[in-house]
Design a protein around this ligand. Structure first.
Ligand SMILES: NC(=O)c1ccc[n+]([C@@H]2O[C@H](COP(=O)([O-])OP(=O)(O)OC[C@H]3O[C@@H](n4cnc5c(N)ncnc54)[C@H](OP(=O)(O)O)[C@@H]3O)[C@@H](O)[C@H]2O)c1
Length: 249
């Protein structure tokens, strides 16, 4: 979209209650922004409490809005008065999807609604978050992919990446956000090395033959100043978080 206006510090985070969105909300508040964060249900504490608990909420710079991605008017309400939009709201599930439309509808029409509303309301900059899942070949797919990326990344780096591309006038186009391009096997081997006391399935080293490993897969973000957390630290933080929440002993 048109030139960025980071002087005006009111922005919207759709999906503000989500895993990545909540980290972005926190970072934005830390940096003095006023944030319109969206949730699907304002009366569901699971969606709102962690946001309301943010220390900065006391400064009245966080406002929660209820939206439905398929309801254009609800999106207009939350985007009104903001200079920038971080669009993260999207149905994310690891459960079996019975009707693809349940996911595709809000993902596609919702993104379109956000973009149209942003344009109509004169928003200066929109940062949209997608996923590698959007381009993962389905089972049975016969297309040829020359460049197929994967990698791990720390959620705090993901949040910071959003702010970097938002605040940096030179940032345009797509940005890949990974610590490095690696194989599933690299990740599994590192987990096994760090936590020998746990049992892990043995994965052959080259799980993606043809995938070129690269420490600079996210060069565009590195050029903007992002220093990625190492895979080792990502694994350690994840394991500690899982232990802290009682999912791992
Ligand atoms: N997490 C990852 O590893 C990862 C990796 C790559 C890309 N991404 C992408 O990053 C984005 C955010 O992911 P996330 O991990 O933060 O997901 P998440 O924790 O599931 O959060 C998704 C957010 O979208 C909201 N939402 C879902 N359907 C909606 C609807 N119909 N109307 C309004 N809001 C709706 C959710 O509200 P509720 O809280 O009410 O459900 C939640 O706030 C997604 O586009 C995802 O594909 C995530």
């Amino acid at each position: 979209m048109a030139s960025k206006h980071i002087g005006d510090k009111t922005v919207c985070v759709t999906g503000g209650s989500g895993f990545i969105g909540a980290w972005i909300v926190r970072l934005l508040l830390d940096r003095g922004y006023t944030v319109h964060a969206t949730v699907k249900n304002l009366y569901d504490e699971n969606e709102t409490k962690h946001l309301q608990d943010l220390e900065e909420h006391k400064s009245q710079r966080l406002r929660l809005f209820q939206i439905d991605l398929l309801d254009y008017d609800s999106i207009v309400k939350t985007i009104t008065g903001v200079t920038g939009v971080f669009h993260l709201a999207s149905p994310c599930t690891v459960d079996k999807v019975h009707d693809p439309e349940e996911v595709l509808g809000p993902a596609i029409k919702g993104t379109n609604n956000v973009l149209v509303a942003a344009k109509e309301l004169g928003v200066k900059c929109v940062v949209i978050t997608s996923s590698i899942s959007a381009i993962v070949p389905k089972g049975g797919c016969t297309e040829t992919y020359e460049d197929f990326f994967m990698g791990s990344v720390h959620v705090k780096d993901v949040a910071l990446a959003h702010l970097l591309v938002y605040e940096n006038p030179s940032a345009t186009g797509r940005h890949l956000c990974v610590e490095a391009i690696s194989h599933y096997g690299d990740f599994a081997a590192k987990v096994a090395e760090l936590y020998p006391e746990h049992q892990f399935p043995s994965i052959p080293r080259d799980t993606q033959p043809g995938l070129l490993r690269s420490k600079e897969g996210a060069k565009k973000l590195m050029d903007l100043g992002l220093q990625f957390t190492s895979m080792e630290q990502i694994i350690k933080d994840s394991v500690e978080s899982l232990k802290g929440k009682g999912f791992l002993s």
